[in-house]
Write a protein that binds this ligand. Structure first.
Ligand SMILES: [Zn+2]
Ligand SMILES: [Zn+2]
Length: 305
């Protein structure tokens, strides 16, 4: 069994967003302004991930805030997808970003430059599971993307994630903003809306990356997950007040707990049958916003198919 348990791990909670645009690509706000808005919103770290360029902001990092270097690469196609996007973050320094790399080349580039890679917004791109089973070496997939949610209602990619997890892929799930600061009457701001909550020993690039690699985080755009505990034969989740708490495993081996109309719940327990290959927790607050734990993996690690 593999249970990356951020709730019991030592350290502090740090809130961050790993996918953000500025005027250095197609964002609306200047890099400095983006940093100051996330800082003001209570984020501890931020990756600027402009398309095809690594944006730097002098003096943005200090004891209380960490700016990670990153970029967003694209160039490959999928079965349906015309353009597959890969987010690279945590780079060790500025670097020349390759134009139109394949997905494996983009993932390799991120790791060669000291960072990690995510498959961005699967639902928005039109990615299929067959596409995503071809790729390896990335840390995870975006399971919620604020910009895609507000623009075309395709921000939620948890089904893509479950399909991969059900095939034995051990990938972490990330909620990100992909903020461009586009907004209109029917499009609320996509700035400082979603985040990863990382348990790390300190607010440094190395410590944050290490915890992200180990899965010591959960993702949210609303609720707080206080705890996921595995005791004896039961998994228990404690959360902020929510309308539903779901325990999700492969196929139908899942269970949903909903609060009666007009009320909320803060805890639910699930007794695994023993046939689960993985189990993750998600919950939805009264505003319709979700939080997602990373999976507990049962059984032996399978080689990639
Ligand atoms: Zn993108
Ligand atoms: Zn983007």
């Amino acid at each position: 069994m593999e249970f990356a348990d951020p709730f019991a791990a030592p350290g502090h909670w740090y809130k961050g967003n790993l996918h953000t645009h500025t005027t250095q690509s197609d964002g609306v706000l200047e890099p400095k302004e983006v940093v100051s808005r996330y800082r003001a919103a209570g984020y501890d770290f931020l990756a600027l991930t402009d398309h095809h360029t690594v944006t730097r902001v002098a003096g943005a990092s200090d004891d209380a805030f960490l700016l990670l270097l990153g970029t967003e690469l694209d160039g490959d196609r999928g079965q349906v997808a015309e353009s597959v996007h890969v987010v690279a973050f945590g780079l060790s320094g500025p670097a020349e970003v390759p134009l139109a790399p394949s997905v494996p080349a983009a993932i390799a580039w991120a790791r060669e430059h000291g960072g990690e890679a995510l498959i961005a917004h699967p639902y928005w791109s039109g990615l299929t599971v067959s596409d995503m089973l071809r790729w390896d070496g990335h840390l995870g997939v975006e399971i919620f993307n604020t910009g895609c949610h507000y623009e075309i209602a395709k921000g939620c990619s948890t089904v893509h994630w479950d399909d991969l997890l059900g095939q034995g892929r051990r990938l972490w799930g990330f909620a990100v903003d992909d903020s461009h600061h586009y907004r209109s009457e029917n499009h609320p701001t996509d700035t400082a809306r979603a985040w990863v909550m990382v348990k790390a020993v300190e607010l440094t690039r190395e410590a944050i990356l290490s915890s992200l690699r180990d899965g010591l985080f959960y993702s949210s755009w609303g609720p707080t997950i206080h705890e996921v505990t595995l005791t004896g034969e039961q998994v228990t989740a404690r959360t902020s007040p929510v309308k539903e708490i779901n325990f999700i495993a492969q196929r139908w081996a899942s269970q949903s707990f909903s609060a009666p109309e007009g009320s909320t719940l803060k805890q639910a327990s699930f007794r695994p049958s023993g046939r689960e290959e993985y189990l993750r927790v998600e919950c939805r607050d009264p505003e319709g916003r979700w939080a997602y734990s990373n999976p507990i993996f049962f059984g032996e690690r399978k080689p990639p198919s």
